[in-house]
Design a binder for this molecule. Structure first.
Ligand SMILES: [Zn+2]
Length: 250
């Protein structure tokens, strides 16, 4: 039998991106403006670094964490603070999926390269060390200015910012390595690994008010308390995920 291919089908085949793919690309550009361009299926940086956007592989939960492409970072839609208190579903980890090469290209590929941009920011009577890239220092200062009244206690005794290190139990760099994450008061922190390695499902715990989360989100930071593998003192600068969450809510 002879297959007839209509012109419309050819046209559809020629369009590389679905509407959802276009929304993800737009969110990445909105989050990191003027730092890279898309060239077909590649994200290309001014120094010539090319990173594949979408390699087409379908990944399970563990592979998404271990070896994601850039597009995979949008696999789960981050729930904004406005969605209220939530207990994350199994493996729902919006923001824990990170393409390390992308962040190295944005912030620096070594401790020294990142440190060249790191400054101290006043934080509730103390200080925090984060990068000046993408104005993250000014954004954290804006969060600090909002930590008033009953919220102050959640900011005291912070866990800290810039620290070139891998995530506990993995070989992957923490976003603290890039000076783009900040941990608030460790005394109010809950962390999934503290539930014990045999916990199944992992019981969700949180003592951080959503008013604190909303302050951080307004400056482009997501909260580790939205993850099944939760880390409730942890905030990291992921404006692309907030932009995508808002686009999906529209
Ligand atoms: Zn952290």
């Amino acid at each position: 039998m002879r297959l007839a291919i209509c012109p419309l089908a050819l046209l559809l085949l020629a369009i590389p991106a679905t509407a959802d793919d276009a929304a993800k690309r737009a969110a990445l550009v909105a989050g990191y403006p003027d730092l890279f361009v898309f060239d077909g299926n590649d994200v290309v940086f001014p120094d010539g670094t090319r990173i594949v956007w979408d390699d087409g592989k379908a990944r399970g939960a563990e592979e998404l964490i271990a070896s994601p492409d850039v597009e995979d970072m949008f696999h789960y839609v981050y729930p904004l603070a406005a969605a209220g208190a939530l207990t994350p579903d199994r493996d729902f980890d919006p923001g824990r999926i990170r393409n390390e090469n992308f962040f190295k290209a944005i912030y620096g590929a070594s401790a020294g390269a990142v440190d060249d941009h790191v400054v101290s920011v006043p934080w509730l009577g103390g200080s925090a060390r984060v990068t000046t890239l993408l104005d993250i220092d000014q954004r954290l200062a804006a969060v600090a200015a909002g930590m008033t009244g009953e919220l102050v206690d959640y900011g005291r005794n912070p866990g800290g910012g810039f620290n070139w290190r891998v995530i506990a139990g993995t070989s992957q760099l923490s976003v603290h390595s890039f000076g783009a994450a900040f941990d608030i008061n460790v005394d109010f922190s809950d962390y999934w690994r503290w539930a014990g390695v045999d916990a199944d499902p992992i019981p969700f715990k949180n003592r951080i008010p959503l008013a604190v989360v909303a302050l951080f989100e307004a400056e482009g930071f997501i909260w580790g308390g939205r993850w099944y593998h939760y880390d409730t003192m942890h905030f990291e600068y992921r404006p692309e995920l907030i932009a995508y969450a808002k686009a999906m809510a529209d």
